[in-house]
Ligand binder design. Structure first.
Ligand SMILES: Cc1cc2nc3c(=O)[nH]c(=O)nc-3n(C[C@H](O)[C@H](O)[C@H](O)COP(=O)(O)O)c2cc1C
Length: 141
């Protein structure tokens, strides 16, 4: 059974909806899923998982959230992530999802293997929720 860890930051709930649906998708294929807001997440949650998903809105001038998510991710800079399969997901207001490009670059530098990305404007639409479930399946298989 695959272990999937989902870690996210969400202020007004849009990213949280994606996180919950990634969880549903992973569970649909029998994975053991842990889901945590980043403020409660531990480095171990990532290290012990077979696959991970990180979620953030675009914040602070089109960047991944800077107060909690960016510092948490920095923990992995010096660790060997061994190309761990990783999904990045998030929501933006006006940057057309550009924050995801710089975020992906950073995560690749940290040694994560980005196998999927999902970025939506504000609240996810039905089709985007389906995409979130599919990404969960991808991680859980
Ligand atoms: C304080 C704050 C800063 C934001 N900064 C940006 C930004 O720089 N670029 C952008 O495209 N959207 C920005 N947004 C919009 C959010 O990314 C968008 O509303 C997103 O859906 C929020 O996700 P959440 O509901 O999970 O918190 C900002 C929103 C807030 C509240």
């Amino acid at each position: 059974m695959k272990k999937v860890s989902i870690i996210y930051w969400s202020g007004s709930g849009n990213v949280e909806v994606l996180a919950e649906n990634i969880k549903l998708g992973a569970e649909r294929v029998g994975a053991e899923v842990s889901i945590n807001q980043v403020k409660y997440a531990k480095v171990e949650d990532v290290l012990k998982a077979d696959a991970v998903a990180f979620g953030s809105p675009s914040m602070d001038n089109n960047q991944v959230e800077q107060q909690e998510m960016a510092p948490f991710l920095k923990n992995f800079k010096e660790l060997n992530m061994e190309n761990k399969p990783t999904v990045l997901f998030g929501s933006y207001g006006w940057d057309d999802g550009k924050f995801m490009e710089s975020w992906e670059k950073l995560m690749v530098e940290y040694g994560f293997n980005i196998v999927g990305k999902l970025v939506v404007q504000e609240a996810p639409k039905d089709e985007e929720i389906e995409n979130a479930k599919n990404l969960g399946e991808l991680l859980g298989k």
